[in-house]
Structure formats: structure tokens, C-alpha cells
Design a protein around this ligand. Structure first.
Ligand code: AHR
Length: 635
């Protein structure tokens, strides 16, 4: 087949099209992006974090080595009521015994690198004294050592720095008191000094850099389901995620683990700023996941729900709404004149974060319980902060409903943007490229907040990545109505994965971007501000074949570059003739980046090379099963 691309009239498209969906699922935050190396540093793990698993308790990841010492957990006079459990280490033999933390599948260390250690300690009985802090390799070799003093009768934070003398994939942290005493210990923490942008309490540099390399225009957080939780008491209360670490409110993670929330709202905002991305916080619409009941939409007018449906009680809604407004003030309020702006300044960021978007609700069933609360929150934000775009939700994707219920509500209320989610087969993406062509431009804009191509067995391979690339050519074409997109989920730790496929897999020492990651990266790094309409002519006019070839041509007004994206999901090479009608290229130079492989290949990576473009009409042969980006620069 030969295709001919004619790029014609231009239309402006969203400058926020490609972003990141961040949720603490698959150990994405604690044990993942959040660089803390000590697991259960706060001694707040509880069996209910994990379906009443009795091994998942305050001593999880901690053990005592050596003789004559006991570890117990106490709750009287904690450092802070939000962090009510701490360790009591009763040591009857000096230098003989250690309190050991196993980390998250061990602690990975790099030779020559420095690590910040800290703990809160007090002496309950005896005088206390020096406490050695060791990082110990699997074979028992001490590869870093320092010491702190624990002698005070009141909680006091102690800090020290360790330097690793060799690499270790799975070391442990060992705390060895040098004096017989009964110690109270809490918030025992170890961070690499090398975090993303060198921030304290920061993010794992390699993972964060992999995300930054996507050139995301926005970051959605903290979910997903984590945002609305699986019950009212599990809603992600943003206020519990800011302030001093020892005063943050840990939260059960509905994916079956524990959120320290050391990576909380302030850190999310900083991460966005560090990447030049817009923050897109998503807050519950006053209802937890599916309003806590199990509901199903059978049609636009027929909804059945089982179980107790509930939302935040009406008498608590004023406070709930105030919390939402306070978040906007935390992000944007004056550092001297506003309560929450002051708190942001106290956390080290007097300048506002310039929040422009806020999501209300995540994939919620559009029930009366939801509608009542959503409307209250929406009206309040609109009245107080008309400058902030509220993103509503269309509810879960069901065959036959096509989001009608959520869309009707958005239209009725005049919600400016709605969040659609769909996980679909590659075939759906191939056959629904017109999905947004018919969207009513006078209604809400779209945030495609969660999507991915799913195959049986849920691999992330060339087939799924190309289906996504193909679908995104159609999304770019509709970049006047689709404002933002984010693949989901983002991160998954080996051995702790609740959901597949994800965009990036990792363990403590490796980061493995998937083929789908490269699709996102090729779009993120080659975004445009104008879409040039193009027509694709196949010399074989068979529709099913045509649907497997996609083209999108954009111009980036910031660089003046023209960017041609070509996707070929056919098993044969397709020769193309690209005609950039009406475009005059001055001294063009171009690069081409190709992602290609066998459909089942999970390891394909893109390759870039120079590409010869002499004028606005050039030919290019698209390899079988490939996604190509040709970027034309002018001098
Ligand atoms: O991305 C994983 C989950 O899928 C999200 O938490 C939820 O919003 C969706 O159902």
C-alpha cells in the first residue's frame, strides 16, 4: 500500500495533551518513587492495612538480632497523635544486640554515596547513650557506619550521615545501642542524598528521571482509587499528607499496604514544579469508591446498587468543601496573608504552585449520593476559584452506557472538563479512532485520565504500544476537545504488582520502561501546539487495512518544528508520501525515531537517526508494526 498525507489547515490543540497518572498502586510511592529506604519507619503498619493479615503489624520489617533485648510497641506519649505507635527497645546487654530493618526487599546502596539517617528517640529507663547505626550487607559485612546519641528523656530527633563503602543490592539497617537502657524509637529513616533534584525527603532519582523523560505536561495524583478510597475513612485527606513527617497521618492503602504519606501533597506539587508539569490533584467527590456500595448502570435511567451506599454525611459536607477550598489556598494562596499559603511557606515554598486544575471524583458511579455532593463541591470551587478548572468524572466505562449519565450531569452543571477512563482491547483502539471526532465542541473538554490497551494475560508489548500510538494519532487530531491524557497505571514494583500492564516496572536497583512507555515518551517529547489536518490515501482502499495506519501532523509553535507521526499496525511495510501542503520549510533538517518489533515483543526500544528532508514533499517507508516520529527542524 502507499499512503499519501496531505497536511492542510491548522487548528490549535491542547498544550497539556500528554501527562502522567500517578497512583500509589503496585508500591508506586512507598518502596517506589518515594526514596525512603526503611520500611515501616513509623511503626504504624496494622493488620487492617492488608485484609487483617496479623503479620502486617507495627513490627513488620523489624527484627531483633543478638541476645538480651526485647522489642515491643507502645502508644503512650507518642511524638504526635497521628503517629501513635513507636518501638520500645529494651536492651540488657550493651553492644550485643541490634534492632534491624529489612527495607523494602532489602536496602540498595551504592559505593561512595551518602545516606541521611535520622530517628526520633528518648530514654524510658536508664541513661541511654551512643547508638551505632550500621548498614550491613547480606553476608554480615558492615558497609557503612555512623552513630547518634539517644540520651534525652523527651522525644528528640537525631541525624547522621553514612557513606557506603561498597555496592549492595539488599543490605539492612542495624541499630546497635552501646549502653544498657530502655529506648523509645520512632521515625527511623534512611534516605539517599542523591534524590531527584537533590531534594530532602525526595524522590528516587532514577525513577523520577524516567518520568521526567516523558516530558509530561501534567501530573495527576494521588489516584485512581487511592484518591477516593474504599470507605469514607479511607478517602485521601490531603491535609493529613502535609507538614512535618512525624505528624502526617498514615493511611491504609486500598491496594493492600500502608501509605506513610511521606510523599504527600507538598512533595507532589514540588515534583510537578521540578518537571515543569501542571499539578492535577484529584479529590473525592465526598464519596468513596462506588459510593461504598456496588452499583451498576443498566441504562441511562436504570441504576441498581447493592450494599450500603454512602458519602460524607451531609452535616460534615461544609467542612469537606472547606478542605477542598483549602487545598487551592495551600497551592496558590499568599504566603503571608492566607492560613494555608503560610503553611506552604513553612514547608519551604513561599511561591505559589500555580494550581490550574482540580479533579473532583474518580470513576464514581453517578448516583444521587454522588450527584448531591459533587454539585455542592463544584459550585463552591466555581464561586471561590473561577480561575481553577474543575474536572468532573463520567463514571466507569460500561458497554452500552458510554458515559451518558456522567456526561448528562456535566452538561447540566456546565462542568468545564470531564475525566474518562477506559481499559480496552487493542482492537477497540483500532476500530474507534473516530471516537472523539463527533464530540460536541460546545460541551465539556475531555481528560482521558486512565487508559491502556489490554490483551489477554495483560502484557505490555509492541501490539499494545502500537495500538496506543495509533489511537493517540486520533486523540491528537481531536486535541481541541481532548485537553489531557494519561496512561494508567504508571509504576509497578517487581513482586508487588496488583495490576498489569503498567508503564514502568522496577525493583530496588533497576528501572525498566515498557514498550508502551516509549509510545508515551515519543508523544510527550514531540508534542505540538497546532494540528495540521491530513488525509491518508491508501492505494488499497480496504477500510480494515486503513484503520491500521494512522498519521498525525503537528507543529510546535515554541520551536517552529513540524512533527509527523506515522503508525503502521500492518504486518507489511507501507510506503508513504508525505506532503506538507502550504508549508514552506527553510533549511530543514530532520530526525526520525522508530519504535518497531514483533507484536509480542516486550523489549522493543525506539532508535533515532537523521532523516533527509529537502522540501515539504518526501517519501517514507513505514516498517511493518512500527511507530515513527519524523521531527523537522528549520534553521
Ligand atoms: O489504574 C488502576 C485503577 O483503575 C485506578 O485506581 C482506578 O481509577 C481504575 O479503576
Amino acid at each position: 500500500a502507499t499512503i499519501q498525507v496531505n497536511a492542510g489547515q491548522a487548528k490549535e490543540i491542547s498544550k497539556h495533551l500528554i501527562g502522567i497518572f500517578f497512583e500509589d498502586i503496585n508500591y508506586g510511592a512507598d518502596g517506589g518513587l518515594y526514596a525512603e529506604l526503611v520500611q515501616n519507619r513509623d511503626f504504624e503498619y496494622t493488620p487492617t492495612d492488608r485484609g487483617n493479615d496479623q503479620n502486617w503489624n507495627s513490627t513488620h520489617s523489624w527484627s531483633v538480632q543478638g541476645s538480651d533485648a526485647t522489642l515491643s510497641i507502645a502508644t503512650e506519649n507518642p511524638i504526635h497523635p497521628n503517629n501513635s505507635h513507636y518501638a520500645v527497645f529494651d536492651v540488657n546487654a550493651a553492644e550485643q544486640t541490634a534492632l534491624v530493618n529489612a527495607g523494602f526487599d532489602g536496602i540498595a546502596l551504592k559505593k561512595g554515596e551518602k545516606y541521611d539517617f535520622s530517628l526520633f528517640g528518648k530514654v524510658l529507663e536508664g541513661k541511654g547513650g551512643k547508638v551505632l547505626v550500621n548498614l550491613v550487607d547480606k553476608d554480615g559485612t558492615i558497609i557503612a557506619q555512623t552513630a547518634v546519641n539517644v540520651t534525652s528523656k523527651d522525644w528528640k530527633q537525631q541525624k547522621a550521615v553514612l557513606t557506603a563503602t561498597s555496592d549492595a543490592a539488599a543490605a539492612s539497617l542495624s541499630i546497635v545501642p552501646q549502653a544498657v537502657s530502655k529506648y523509645a524509637l520512632d521515625m527511623i529513616s534512611l534516605f539517599p542524598q542523591k534524590t531527584f533534584k537533590g531534594r530532602k525527603n525526595g524522590l528516587r532519582a532514577d525513577l523520577a528521571q524516567t518520568l521526567a523523560d516523558l516530558h509530561p505536561r501534567f501530573v495527576r495524583f494521588p489516584g485512581g482509587c487511592v484518591a477516593h478510597g474504599d470507605g469514607i475513612d479511607n478517602i485521601y485527606d490531603w491535609k493529613g499528607s502535609i507538614g512535618p513527617l512525624e505528624a502526617r497521618k498514615p493511611l491504609r492503602n486500598l491496594w493492600g499496604y500502608h501509605q506513610t504519606r511521606g510523599l504527600g501533597y507538598h512533595e507532589y506539587f514540588l515534583f510537578c514544579e521540578d518537571m515543569g508539569a501542571e499539578p492535577v490533584p484529584v479529590l473525592a467527590a465526598g464519596v468513596p469508591c462506588q459510593n461504598s456500595g456496588t452499583c451498576a448502570h443498566h441504562s441511562k435511567d436504570e441504576l441498581t446498587c447493592m450494599g450500603q451506599q454512602g458519602g460524607v454525611p451531609m452535616e460534615e459536607m461544609d467542612q469537606y468543601i472547606q478542605d477542598v477550598l483549602d487545598l487551592i489556598e495551600y497551592a496558590n494562596g499568599d504566603a503571608r496573608k492566607t492560613v494555608w499559603g503560610k503553611k506552604r511557606a513553612e514547608a519551604g515554598h513561599p511561591k505559589p504552585f500555580n494550581l490550574k486544575f482540580i479533579g473532583i471524583g474518580n470513576e464514581d458511579m453517578i448516583t444521587p449520593v454522588f450527584v448531591e455532593r459533587f454539585k455542592m463541591i463544584f459550585d463552591a470551587v466555581k464561586a471561590k476559584h473561577p480561575e481553577v478548572t474543575v474536572i468532573g468524572t463520567t463514571g466507569p466505562f460500561y458497554e452500552g452506557t458510554d458515559y451518558e449519565v456522567g456526561w448528562d450531569l456535566a452538561t447540566e452543571l456546565g462542568v468545564p472538563m470531564v475525566d474518562e477512563h477506559y481499559y480496552v482491547e487493542p482492537g477497540w483502539m483500532i476500530h474507534n479512532q473516530e471516537y472523539y471526532d463527533h464530540y460536541d465542541r460546545s460541551k465539556a473538554k475531555v481528560y482521558l485520565g486512565e487508559y491502556a490497551a489490554h490483551l489477554p494475560g495483560r502484557p505490555n508489548n509492541v501490539e499494545t504500544a502500537l495500538a496506543e500510538a495509533l489511537y493517540l494519532t486520533a486523540v491528537e487530531r481531536n486535541g481541541d476537545v481532548v485537553e489531557m491524557t494519561s496512561y494508567a497505571p504508571l509504576l509497578a514494583k517487581d513482586g508487588h504488582t496488583q495490576w498489569n500492564p503498567d508503564l514502568i516496572y522496577f525493583n530496588n536497583t533497576e528501572v525498566r520502561p515498557t514498550v508502551g512507555y516509549y509510545t508515551q515518551q515519543m508523544y510527550g517529547q514531540n508534542a505540538g501546539t497546532e494540528y495540521l489536518s491530513s488525509t491518508v490515501k491508501l492505494n488499497n482502499g480496504w477500510d480494515a487495512v486503513k484503520k491500521r495506519v494512522g498519521v498525525s501532523v503537528v507543529k510546535d509553535a515554541n520551536t517552529g518544528d513540524y512533527i509527523v507521526k506515522l503508525v503502521n499496525m500492518l504486518p507489511v511495510e507501507v510506503s508513504s508520501q508525505v506532503k506538507l501542503d502550504g508549508v514552506t520549510l527553510v533549511n530543514p533538517s530532520a530526525t526520525k525515531t522508530i519504535l518497531t518489533g514483533d507484536p509480542k515483543d516486550r523489549g522493543a526500544k525506539p532508535a533515532s537517526s537523521d532523516f533527509k528532508v529537502e522540501g515539504n514533499d518526501f517519501s517514507y517507508s513505514m516498517p511493518a508494526y512500527s511507530f515513527t516520529v519524523i521531527r523537522i527542524h528549520q534553521v
